[in-house]
Structures are given as C-alpha cells and as structure tokens.
Write a protein that binds this ligand. Structure first.
Ligand code: COA
Ligand code: AMP
Length: 624
C-alpha cells in the first residue's frame, strides 16, 4: 500500500475508510452510521456503535488466547522493582478494582480522578474506570496542589485514586499532603479517595474519606464491562491553554479506540505480540495513548518505566530497557535524547547493550531539532521519526507512516499528514498559503476519529478556541509551513503555550502566579530557547511604585511560589525586574519581541509600539 493511496482514501471516502478500520476491534454492536453531527454541530464518529474500551483492550485478548502474554512490563529503577503482568493477570486486577470503584458508587458517566506516579496501579485505575463506563481524568504527578485543585473542581470526581508517593530519581515525593491540600482548596469534594500505599512512604489516612487500595480491592466483587456508546467519554485530560484555566480535552470511546488501533500499525508498524515502549508518563497524552490504550488494544506488550533517561542510574537506561524487553519501537521526547547526549556525549553507556530488536525511534512533544535528529540517527543507525501531535487529537496529525510506506525523512519536518488529517496553512485572514509560506497550521473538518468533540462542560470554549478563528477548520495553535513536496514543518506555537522538556505549560498561568506576589505590578512570561529542555520560561517583572525589594530575594520568592502553585515541572528559574514592558499603544504586551530579544533573534519593531526604548532596556537587562 502506498502512502498516497492510503491518505487519499481517508480524505475522499472518510466514512468507508474508518468504517473498515473499526472492524479491527471487538464491538458489542458494530457501528452502521460512521459520521454524524451532534447537537452542537460537531462531527462524531461511529454514533450508533456500542462497546467498552476495557473489553477491547483486555477481555478480547484473554478470550482469544492472549491471556498468558505479557501486557505490561513494569520497570522501576528508582525502587529496584520489575514486574511482568500478563493480559490475564491485568484483567483480573482491573475487574477487581472496577468492583472496588463500583462499591464506592462509581457508575457510567461518573468521573474518577487519578493522581498517580508511574506504577501499574495507574493503568489499572484507568482501565477499571473505563470498564464501568465512567470517565477518568489523570493528573500528572508533577503538578502541585493548586493545579490539582483546579482539575478537581472542573471534573468534580466522585472518587480520587492516588498513591502514597512518587519517586523522582532518589527523592520521595509524598503525594498525600498535596492531595489533602488540593481537596481542601477545591470546592467539589470527592466522597472518597483510594490510596495505594507504597513501601517507600506510608500515607496518613483520613478516617471515613480515605480508603486503602489493597483493602477495598480485596473486598470487592470483580465486575463485567459496562456497554457504552462510541460517543460517550472515555476520559478528560487537562492541557494548558492560553488562559490560566486548563482545558479539559474530552476523548470519546469509539473514535479513540479505532484511531489507537489503526495508528499502532500504520504509524508505528506494530503487530500483536510486539513490544512497544513510550518513555513518557501516564499523566500526558502520550502516556494515555501509547503506554496504555493503543498497545493494549493491539495486543502488544507495553512498558511502564518509572525512571528517567539519565540518572536512574545512568544515561544507558533507555538502551538497557530496549535490550532487556526486546523493544521494537521506542517513543520519547527529543528533550530526553538531548539529556542522554549531554550526560553521555561519547555514548559509553550504549556500548554494553545489544539493540538488534529495535527498529525505529519515534519522537514528539516538541520540535525535533535537526542536531538531535542527526545525533540519534547516526548513533543508532535506525530510522528516527518525528511526528507532530497534540493532546487534542490523541494521535499524530503528521508523521512518517512506517507501517504503510516509509518516506525519505527531512530533518526539521514531521513528514506528511496522517490519514484523516487534511492539513492546510492559512494566513491570519483565512487565505490558503502556498508552498513554503509560513502561517497557521489548521486541519480542514471533519477531523478523523479520536479528536476532541468539546472541552469538558464548556462547548463555547471549544468553539471559540478551535473552530471560530477559521470557519470550517480546526485551529491547531501551531505555526509552520508545507514545502514543495508536501512535507509539514511545525515551527512552534502561535499562542501563549510553551513546551518545557516536553511538558506543555501556559505562560498565562505562570503570569497569574507572578502577579500574585504583593510587590508585582505587572509581568510577562515568555518561553526562551534552551539547548536541553527546548524552552524554559523567563519572567519579566514590573514592581509596584514605591516597593523596595531585593531582586535576588524576589527571584527566590517567585521561584518558590511557582513550584508551590504549578509544580517543579514549570522549571521556572529566571525572573528579572524591568522598569517597563514593551506594549502596543492599545496595551498589549509584545511577548514575541521579548522572546526574540531573549533568543538573540532579529525582530521588527512594530509601528504600534508605545515605548520603543523599553526594548533596549530589556536587551540590556538580559545582556543581549
Ligand atoms: N513528580 C514530581 N516532580 C516531577 C515529576 C513528577 N512526576 N516530573 C518532573 N518533576 C520535577 C523534577 O524532579 C524536576 O524537579 P527539580 O527542579 O527539583 O529538579 C522538575 O520537575 C523539572 O522536571 P523536568 O523538566 O522533567 O526535568 P528533569 O531534569 O527531571 O528531567 C528529562 C529532564 C528530559 C529527563 C525529562 O523532562 C523527560 O524525560 N522529559 C520527557 C517528557 C515527556 O515524556 N513528555 C511527553 C511527550 S513524549
Ligand atoms: P501536547 O498537547 O502536550 O502533546 O503538546 C502539543 C504541542 O506540542 C503542539 O501543539 C506543538 O506545539 C508541540 N509538538 C508536539 N509534537 C511536536 C513535533 N513533532 N514537532 C513540533 N512541535 C510539536
């Protein structure tokens, strides 16, 4: 099959194309209507299909003879633990834990918030929620109490599932105090929490509210799968937007399962029985899609790795895991490989390992810069595939389809649109741009299966944020261009979202934290280039008149406050006091120019600028 034939079929006859792909899965009722508009006028896939994602991911494989195959390899260098869990064992644990959730009153449509480190119980909780037709919302363990509280309030979960701690290299991070604080701040109090006690740290339990995982699981009756509609939500995953409030991206059951199953072969070239490793975290979309759902829906063995690319114990961790489990494809963020290169420039840590089973490296989460691309490609002598995607889509919008036809890659490009995604470049007035012209990267509607149909309980925000700017198109929020050969180059966000070490963060949210400091009158946060993390935040701060504060002290306080309110993942380490911020005459802060100055890039001073001298001051403060 050629890429062109596959892609054209998906664009010209989307219903026939996806209808055929849907048949790969074990539905309770196969859909007959592939695409229809919902009450908001949004295209929805497989509207009359009935199913259960957990059934497709576990029961189906056990019923068809895959019960003894390993479903999850848990590898935790931070606790010196390894565990291989077969499909049969995973099904038993999930059915049992689903029973425990049901005993706490969780049923179809109820939300379960999961705040967990990278342990198998995180996947068990996700699948158990899906088994009940309930909706999970996993919150990344690196987020602080306030971030967690915002998500609790938005999702209003009946139950929160958590663990006593996470382990960051050699630091034990107690989760329970963070969870307690979040519940205290939140207005939507959950009836119960279920806490998995890890041996590294025992959480104090609040009588009546907090339940012990082992106890409730042991007392529960295993449950069967609840049938849901394909359009019923499987999960909500919060992601950073331009405002301080994160957006609850909603994922439906049916479209998601079909896109996961399809992409696992078409993009990653994985067949049932293969071993796949997405070195990410279950708290991010990559973890949802390619640590948990897509591998299990396909009958693969997936790896849940509780460690880092460097420091656990060394820069050979990726290579050790690939050899030990016979990984066929490895997926991670470019920042992880930059960390390996920095720590082990001569690749000494690669030498002891035999990677003969490894066929392909996939990267996403941020732009794959050409030096990192070439370094990994030359080091391993394998195809390195950059693919571009977002929490909103759940799978790659552009990539190089290893399972269909591998195209000649171009460094800096995520290659060609994935089937179903009609990618275009528009100028700010909505005109289509020609080859090599940079503009807004958009997708012509309808979007393929798995893309978000709304923002959780906020359709106006979905419409305004994604559909209103260019009617008939989904606005990705990324800028870029398509070259003469149709290759797509994603150059970065056009909004206030930044990517720090593959973590998506909102500068708007960071500005809210800084503005909360009593000495601060106004501020601007921008993402500046970083050779390791891709981008890191820089805060420029304007003090209130008459305030006298030592700049070093202010910096310490702002950094502490960012860690407390957003979390250490914000990597906020640089705040500078300035006398004024560059603004347009209408008062809009010129963040892009601040970024250009910080990165030492050329820029054009807009005619609308209010105070051009403010730019010189910023350059001086930043030593540029
Ligand atoms: N729980 C608590 N704290 C966490 C955390 C978690 N789950 N994840 C990260 N943190 C903390 C880190 O310990 C660090 O704290 P510190 O400032 O006290 O040292 C801080 O947040 C910043 O983390 P990070 O930016 O991730 O830096 P790092 O040095 O810990 O690791 C990488 C660097 C490159 C190894 C790591 O960022 C990585 O693997 N990134 C890939 C991300 C990814 O998978 N993205 C998904 C797309 S594929
Ligand atoms: P997230 O929703 O966390 O997956 O982040 C999505 C954003 O990350 C996108 O909108 C892009 O800005 C960026 N991104 C992800 N993958 C790539 C890639 N392969 N190339 C360039 N940017 C990427």
């Amino acid at each position: 099959m050629s890429y062109q034939a596959e892609y054209q079929a998906s664009i010209n006859q989307p219903e026939a194309f996806w209808g055929e792909k849907a048949q790969e899965l074990d539905w309770f009722k196969l859909p007959k209507t592939m695409l229809a508009k919902d009450e908001n006028g949004i295209d929805r896939w497989f509207v009359d299909g009935e199913m259960n994602t957990c059934h497709m991911a576990l029961d189906y494989h056990v019923n068809t003879g895959r019960g003894d195959q390993v479903a999850i390899y848990y590898d935790s260098p931070v606790t010196n633990t390894k565990r291989a869990i077969t499909y049969m064992e995973l099904l038993d644990e999930v059915a049992q834990f689903a029973g425990a959730l049901r005993a706490q009153g969780v049923g179809k449509g109820d939300r379960v918030l999961i705040y967990m480190p990278m342990i198998p119980q995180a996947a068990v909780a996700m699948l158990a929620t899906a088994r009940l037709g309930a909706v999970h919302s996993v919150v990344f363990g690196g987020f602080a109490a306030k971030e967690l509280a915002v998500r609790i309030d938005d999702a209003a979960p009946k139950v929160i599932v958590s663990a006593s701690c996470g382990i960051e290299v050699n630091r034990v991070i107690e989760y329970k105090p963070l969870l307690n604080k979040a519940i205290e701040i939140a207005e939507a109090k959950p009836a119960h929490t279920i806490i998995f006690q890890r041996p590294e740290c025992k959480a104090e339990m609040q009588e009546g509210r907090d339940l012990d995982w082992e106890t409730v699981a042991a007392a529960a009756e295993p449950t069967e799968c609840v049938s849901v509609k394909a359009t019923d939500p499987l999960y909500i995953l919060y992601t950073s937007g331009t405002t301080g409030k994160p957006k609850g991206v909603v994922r439906d059951n049916g479209g998601h399962a079909v896109a996961m199953r399809y992409s696992m072969k078409a993009i990653y070239d994985m067949d049932p029985g293969d071993v796949f490793w997405a070195a990410s975290d279950v708290g991010w979309v990559v973890g949802h899609s390619y640590i948990v759902y897509a591998p299990l829906l396909t009958g693969l063995s997936t790896i849940l790795f509780e460690g880092k690319p460097v420091g656990t114990p060394d820069a050979g961790a990726f290579w050790r895991v690939c050899e030990e489990y016979g990984v066929k494809a490895l997926f991670s963020a470019p920042t992880a490989f930059r960390a390996i290169r920095k720590t082990d420039p001569d690749s000494e840590c690669l030498k002891p390992y035999n990677l003969e089973k490894l066929e392909t490296i996939f990267m996403a989460g941020e732009r794959l810069d050409p030096p990192t691309y070439h370094w990994v490609k030359d080091l391993l002598g394998l195809p390195v595939i950059d693919h571009w995607w977002q929490t909103e889509t759940g799978w790659a919008i552009c990539g190089n389809l290893k399972g269909v036809e591998l195209k000649e890659p171009k460094a800096g490009s995520s290659t060609l649109p994935s089937p179903g995604f009609n990618v275009q470049i528009l100028d700010d007035d909505g005109n289509e741009l020609g080859p090599n012209e940079q503009g807004n990267v958009v997708v012509k509607l309808p979007m393929p299966p798995s893309c978000l149909p709304t923002v959780w309980e906020d359709f106006p925000r979905f419409k305004e944020g994604y559909l209103d700017q260019f009617p008939g198109y989904y606005t990705s929020g990324d800028g870029g261009y398509i070259d003469d050969d149709g290759y797509v180059f994603i150059m970065g966000r056009t909004d206030d979202v930044i990517n720090v070490a593959g973590h998506r963060l909102s500068t708007g949210e960071m500005e809210e934290v800084i503005a909360g400091h009593p000495a601060v009158a106004e501020c601007a946060v921008v993402g500046v280039n970083c050779g390791l993390k891709g981008q890191t935040p820089l805060g420029l701060v304007l003090l209130k008149d008459g305030v006298e504060i030592d700049e070093a002290q202010l910096q310490v306080e702002l950094i502490a406050s960012m860690r407390e309110k957003i979390g250490a993942v914000a990597s906020f380490k640089d705040a500078r006091v300035v006398q004024r911020l560059p603004k347009t005459r209408s008062g809009k802060i010129l963040r892009k120019i601040i970024r250009n100055i910080a990165d030492g890039e050329p820029y054009v001073v807009p005619s609308t600028i209010d105070d051009p001298a403010s730019l010189d001051e910023i350059a001086a403060v930043l030593g540029k």
